[in-house]
Design a protein around this ligand. Structure first.
Ligand SMILES: NC(=O)c1ccc[n+]([C@@H]2O[C@H](COP(=O)([O-])OP(=O)(O)OC[C@H]3O[C@@H](n4cnc5c(N)ncnc54)[C@H](OP(=O)(O)O)[C@@H]3O)[C@@H](O)[C@H]2O)c1
Length: 318
């Protein structure tokens, strides 16, 4: 496993990070149960993964609880990253609301510390920017938590450049967690250069486009979890069919390199500028065993060109 510096922090994170959304289970994902999830977590530690990302909303507390309990014996060897800023009134997707108010964040952190069975969160990230709260207020809460020693470093997720600039007026951001994969490259134009300039480490989420880049789905696949709900990503309609066609072409390149399609997709993300750790979601230990083999190699230039030809973002006519 390779390790990389996370932005301006002193954290050295593994190139592959564990994405804890799927193991939270319902109502977002179907998974293989807590036993398989716990085994996947422990196998990840054995494979050299030290970065574990979760959020209160993942399974409405379940992902944090499972990670806290399972990783407690190795707490000092792992970096725990969780989030704040999404609240819910019922355990239903439709009741989730953004809330970046200082009072809400100061309350949320206590619940996360308890669920994670720890006295400090290594990286605390705002999950989504709250349009009804000034970013400066949210940041003030995070800086206060840092001063109290409850969190070590501050990051944000799904923020644009202006929102990050507002945060930087009040404190230091060490990371940004955006969606980023061969199929979703919108951060490349403005966000990546800004992060490079400000030493903000990029933690791409959904590097497999939530499974699509593994090549295991086809254009007739009908998802019965959150992917059918139009929350994030492209899992229905013409856009989905076009993506699957691209993935079919990637599969052939991967086979020619003797890699899987998913390994090739994760490997691509890791070779892009500013990337600290690619957050991969897994359902069992086998998936992680396969995914860690995405590190430590580079495609021959001819394959890199072929990949770029398929997935280069369309340039708008000026
Ligand atoms: N900050 C945010 O707003 C945000 C949003 C989304 C995600 N995230 C973070 O990013 C993490 C990863 O995102 P993600 O779960 O959406 O997507 P992902 O990592 O792109 O894809 C995960 C899915 O790919 C499949 N998969 C993974 N490895 C596989 C393998 N070796 N063989 C076959 N299938 C494999 C599994 O699908 P099956 O379920 O079909 O087995 C898994 O659920 C999340 O867990 C979370 O920590 C953050």
């Amino acid at each position: 496993m390779e390790y990389r510096q996370l932005g301006a922090s002193d954290l050295k994170v593994s190139g592959i990070g564990f994405g804890g959304w799927g193991i939270g289970g319902a109502p977002f994902w179907n998974n293989e149960g807590d036993f398989a999830s716990a085994r996947a977590l422990l196998k990840s530690v054995d494979l050299g993964i030290n970065f574990f990302d979760t959020a209160p909303v993942y399974g409405f507390g379940h992902s944090e609880r499972l990670i806290g309990k399972t990783l407690k014996p190795v707490r000092d060897r792992v970096i725990l990253a969780t989030k704040c800023g999404l609240r819910w009134t019922r355990e239903e997707i439709g009741s989730v609301r953004r809330n970046g108010k200082k009072s809400s964040i100061l309350e949320e952190v206590e619940a996360s510390l308890k669920r994670l069975e720890t006295d400090r969160i290594d990286l605390y990230q705002v999950h989504w920017p709250d349009p009804d709260t000034p970013q400066e207020e949210t940041m003030e809460a995070l800086v206060k938590l840092q001063e109290q020693g409850k969190i070590r470093f501050v990051g944000v997720s799904n923020y644009d450049v202006e929102q990050m600039k507002a945060c930087l007026k009040k404190g230091t951001l060490v990371s940004l967690q955006p969606e980023y994969s061969l199929l979703q490259r919108s951060i490349e134009k403005e966000i990546v250069p800004f992060c490079l300039e400000k030493q903000i480490g990029i933690i791409p989420y959904s590097p497999l486009a939530s499974g699509v880049l593994t090549g295991k789905y086809d254009k007739n696949t009908k998802f019965d979890d959150w992917r059918s709900k139009g929350i994030l990503g492209t899992f229905t309609g013409e856009g989905y069919v076009k993506n699957v066609e691209k993935v079919e072409r990637l599969k052939k390149i991967a086979a020619a390199m003797d890699k899987t399609c998913g390994q090739t997709a994760i490997n691509w993300v890791l070779r892009q500028p500013g990337i600290a750790t690619a957050l991969v979601g897994v359902k069992n230990e086998k998936q992680m065993e396969e995914n860690v083999k995405a590190t430590g190699w580079e495609p021959e230039p001819e394959f890199q060109e072929q990949i770029e030809e398929i997935f280069a973002p369309a340039t708008s006519a000026a």
